[in-house]
Design a protein around this ligand. Structure first.
Ligand code: NAD
Length: 286
């Protein structure tokens, strides 16, 4: 069985390499092929005619729709298309409907775990789509990740991703506000961490990814906030959550506020920084 992989960037290239390491027969495509000459590549046309499962890992919904508009009309019937990009729910539904009308199976399968997870093969896949198609692709999720969850119909993978990241964006800001407040109240970060990490304020943003340098397990804060998970990508996901919430009239006051805070952060030194660098930003040390 031949597997296609379109979009060989920071995430797609290491994911495709893990498939190659597992002896899968891979053919890739990227508009900038020169960066990844260790991955066999061919045209979209060849991928469509040769591959029965085709992964995509692309920057956004507009690019995804453009790639699918080229790909879908020339794929063989029954081909499974798996989009691992983070895109808006509407784009995911659009490409799923377009694919279904041509006798193809499309799944949205965005990931959590970042570049390190892509390299180590420890991603989590959140999948929306047909259960039978999921069963055929689960094996490949197992190579590129440590967990995959079939969340429901098309679009629910993207919904899970933006709901998760809205929690993360809000909680990271809350944690940074508390650490900044503690410092001003002459409470050391070490002692705050000791208390919070085993108390009701504990959460991933404190226990695993503490934004204070030198505190807790190693995190981007210990590498001068080099990402990690870039603030630009957090803002992208918060904007997707905001748009999705508006489309179904769900109240997300804190999600909106988090979006504004990340917008301001990115306009004031946050570009290229990890999303946990909200802490030095609040302390006016950025
Ligand atoms: P990236 O920009 O490094 O990679 C995207 C790749 O797509 C690039 O190599 C680009 O050349 C290629 N591309 C663009 N247009 C194309 C086209 N028309 N045809 C073929 N290839 C095309 O981005 P990334 O960091 O790999 O992220 C990819 C997706 O994963 C995004 O949707 C992002 O939100 C999501 N994501 C990223 C991270 C992360 O930490 N980087 C974490 C989780 C999810």
């Amino acid at each position: 069985m031949k597997i296609g992989f379109i979009g060989l960037g920071n995430m797609g290239a290491p994911m495709a390499r893990n498939l190659i390491k597992a002896q899968e027969n891979i053919v890739g495509f990227d508009v900038y092929p020169s960066n990844v000459d260790d991955i066999p590549q061919n045209s979209i046309k060849e991928i469509a005619s040769e591959c029965s499962i085709i992964f995509t890992m692309l920057p956004d919904g507009e690019i995804l729709k453009k790639v699918y508009s080229e790909l879908v009309p020339i794929c063989n019937k029954g081909t499974i298309l798996v989009d691992c990009s983070t895109v808006d729910v509407d784009s995911a539904l659009h490409v799923a409907n377009e694919s279904a009308s041509r006798g193809l199976f499309a799944m949205d399968a965005p990931v959590s775990g970042g570049v390190v997870g892509a390299e180590k093969g420890t991603l989590t896949f959140m999948v929306g789509g047909d259960a039978e198609a999921y069963n055929k692709v689960e094996h490949f999720f197992g190579i590129m990740g440590q967990k995959s969850v079939l969340c429901g119909k098309s679009g629910t993978g993207q919904s899970a991703k933006i709901c998760n990241n809205m929690i993360l964006g809000i909680s990271m800001i809350g944690v940074c506000e508390s650490f900044n407040l503690a410092e001003k109240l002459n409470l050391s970060w070490e002692r705050l961490y000791d208390v919070v990490s085993t108390s009701s304020g504990s959460c991933w943003s404190v226990n695993t990814y503490c934004p204070a340098p030198g505190i807790g397990p190693e995190s981007p804060a210990d590498r001068d906030y080099q990402p990690g998970f870039a603030a630009d990508l957090m803002l992208k996901d918060l904007k997707l959550a905001k748009a999705a919430a508006a489309s179904v009239d769900a109240p997300t006051a804190l999600g909106k506020h988090a979006t504004e805070i990340y917008e301001n952060f990115l306009e004031n030194g946050g570009k290229g920084r990890d999303f946990s660098a909200i802490l030095p930003y609040l302390a006016k040390r950025l």
